[in-house]
Write a protein that binds this ligand. Structure first.
Ligand SMILES: [Zn+2]
Length: 200
């Protein structure tokens, strides 16, 4: 493919690398605590706002089988987890649980990109959660509608068997993370927090 299409940075479009040195530097900044409009019941950390480099890299990650960007974000995620552990903010050695995605969308994108990023981090990953069939697309819904839409719609498909760190690409209202932690708590799981690539 490199012969047909010049390789461009996912973050800024500069020719040459999948992620250029400048954008790598932006993505190196450690995750910070954020506060979402919906109470997620667990601490949430984000690598940055849904804008500029982070936004473009998340969009590139969702492109069909963009493996290079998913691998890079996996390394970013692993470094972020090490950072939080070194600061004592994350105590347990968790398993990563990707936030649920609608299966049809995941297939269209060439597999669930968030799960692929989790796997690229080197941490154990359990696909514990899935959306029920009746959940509608969240795009365009307000906070309350998102909560209603998700209530009862996130289901457990496998028990994680260890403390859970939830992972998602973008936190908007926090409704998906809230529904995910609620269903995991109800199943008797421990959820230590959530990390998102960026927050809107
Ligand atoms: Zn760049």
């Amino acid at each position: 493919m490199d012969l047909l299409l010049p390789r461009r940075c996912a973050g800024c479009g500069a020719p040459g690398e999948h992620v250029c040195a400048r954008c790598r530097e932006v993505l190196r900044s450690p995750p910070r605590r954020i506060h979402t409009r919906v109470d997620t019941h667990v601490p949430v950390w984000s690598f940055g706002p849904y804008a500029d480099t982070h936004r473009r890299v998340v969009l590139a990650m969702k492109e069909h089988r963009n493996l290079a960007v998913r691998r890079h974000l996996g390394a970013v995620l692993a470094a972020g987890i090490r950072h939080l552990q070194a600061r004592g903010e994350l105590i347990d050695a968790p398993v990563l649980v990707p936030a649920p995605t609608r299966a049809r969308h995941a297939r269209l994108r060439g597999g669930d990109p968030v799960a692929a990023v989790c796997r690229a981090s080197g941490w154990p990953v359990v696909d514990a959660l899935r959306h029920g069939d009746r959940v509608a697309d969240q795009v365009g819904l307000g906070v309350e509608k998102r909560r209603e839409n998700l209530a009862g719609a996130v289901q457990i498909q496998r028990l994680p068997g260890a403390p859970v760190l939830l992972i998602d690409d973008v936190a908007t209202t926090g409704a998906t993370l809230a529904a995910s932690s609620e269903v995991l708590f109800a199943a008797g799981c421990t959820v230590v927090g959530a990390i998102v690539i960026c927050h809107a």
